[in-house]
Design a protein. Structure first.
Length: 216
């Protein structure tokens, strides 16, 4: 959280975010993302991804938005050692940099499948019920479509996770009506009203919205 906290709430949120630290490999990946305009998930959100992947012993994970590998590193560190991360991004240069980060962290090519393309073109080609976790950090106005695809892709007991669920503190303020904010706000309503899902909102980073798939 940038700047000096000015209230007890801000101090508490800053403490929660700073509780999760990154090693040198993650810091380098984060710097690469900043340099090429691919802002990565913040450490608190990354730690949540790692925690969730560990909690469900994830073996097959889909990531929408490779960036330069920060979120992928957090996911891989939480997954089973024989797990595979399938990561989709429209920018091949970002994926090239992400591959460097994965290699530096010791993750072999066999554990990572990078697919270049639009998520909504790629996801329909993936297997129904074949995944333990889906992480979404792509175009905000496509979040509702990602949710529909994620529910199809996940096995019962699998988890879908969305980054930027609070979207720069705009979602909670109804005065903000720009398309991205409206899309993220609508996502929250969709997740909360879907009886197949059990949701959780976590105010780490820019907001993490997770939901367990209860049933098909």
């Amino acid at each position: 959280m940038a700047g000096t906290p000015t209230s007890p709430l801000e101090a508490t949120l800053a403490y929660a975010e700073e509780f999760h630290t990154e090693d040198e490999i993650l810091r380098i990946a984060r710097q690469r993302g900043a340099e090429v305009g691919a802002p990565p998930i913040l450490p608190g959100g990354g730690a949540a991804l790692c925690f969730l992947a560990t909690a469900i012993n994830a073996r097959a994970v889909v990531e929408i938005g490779t960036g330069c590998g920060v979120s992928g590193l957090w996911l891989l560190r939480g997954m089973r050692q024989d797990g595979t991360l399938t990561s989709v991004d429209v920018e091949p240069e970002h994926q090239r940099l992400a591959r460097q980060s994965f290699a530096q962290a010791g993750f072999s090519g066999g554990r990572i499948r990078l697919i270049t393309g639009r998520a909504l073109d790629v996801l329909p080609r993936l297997s129904d019920g074949g995944y333990d976790l889906v992480f979404c950090d792509g175009a905000k106005q496509e979040y509702a479509d990602y949710l529909a695809e994620s529910v199809r892709l996940l096995r019962p007991g699998g988890i879908v996770v969305f980054d930027s669920a609070l979207w720069h503190n705009r979602v909670a303020d109804p005065a903000h009506r720009d398309p991205d904010t409206v899309a993220v706000r609508e996502l929250g309503k969709l997740v909360r009203s879907d009886e197949r899902l059990r949701p959780l909102m976590v105010p780490l980073g820019d907001g993490i919205l997770a939901a367990i798939k209860l049933t098909d």
